[in-house]
Design a protein around this ligand. Structure first.
Ligand SMILES: [Zn+2]
Length: 222
């Protein structure tokens, strides 16, 4: 799953408005950011396979450190501890802020579970692998992600107020842009020049660019 993960960011932002939307955009993709970084160094592995599913061109072969259920608990807890230790200045709010960030990190696995083919291990790579396989239905995958993203973004827009014209319209344009990019991501044929390195780098770039835009647009709203 790609843009659908940001549904958790928009919803959690309305739970605690002190957390930046940009940070929540990074948190929901935290394990993917780790995965593509690990893939660059050969610590985890995926292979380019044309039409491996109707929606993807890759076989996610080895990712126990980022996409196992045990890893989700580990990274969620780690982010909770780091957030809690670094937010002393927020006083009584630090617990809520830390829980929101940990939930954002852990939401990734549960949303991935819906779309992945059985490649999400319980703990080690040899343990039971889970995935409901919606990726085998490209249109259903697109609709699910579009509904998650749009529904949560509307919820966010109703729960916050813009302080500038930019905050009003730019967020709508940003969401539309993400929907278009996701369409290309799901339906476009495999780029013949794609490699593990190029796919990893473009995924990482997208995660950081989206987070920067989200941070910037969110700062125009209260
Ligand atoms: Zn993932």
């Amino acid at each position: 799953m790609f843009v659908g993960h940001y549904a958790a960011s928009f919803v959690l932002k309305t739970v605690d408005k002190k957390v930046s939307l940009g940070l929540l955009f990074l948190a929901v993709q935290f394990v993917d950011i780790l995965f593509f970084t690990f893939a660059l160094f050969g610590i985890e592995r995926f292979k380019i396979v044309e039409h491996f599913t109707q929606s993807t061109h890759f076989d996610l072969q080895y990712m126990p450190y980022t996409h196992s259920f045990a890893a989700t608990l580990f990274w969620g807890l780690s982010v909770f501890v780091v957030a809690y230790l670094s937010t002393a200045r927020f006083g009584n709010d630090r617990l809520k802020i830390s829980v929101v960030l940990a939930l954002a990190v852990m939401s990734h696995w549960f949303l991935d579970l819906l779309v992945h083919t059985p490649d999400l291990p319980l703990y080690s790579n040899d343990s039971l692998k889970l995935g409901f396989g919606l990726w085998n239905h490209a249109i259903a995958t697109y609709i699910l992600e579009a509904v998650l993203l749009t529904g949560s973004a509307i919820w966010y827009l109703y729960s916050t107020q813009s302080t500038a014209k930019l905050g009003k319209y730019a967020m709508v344009i940003f969401v539309l842009l993400m929907l278009i990019i996701n369409g290309v991501n799901i339906f476009a044929p495999l780029d013949a020049n794609a490699t593990v390195v190029s796919v990893s780098l473009s995924a990482l770039t997208a995660y950081f660019v989206f987070a920067i835009i989200a941070y910037w647009l969110d700062s125009k709203r209260v």
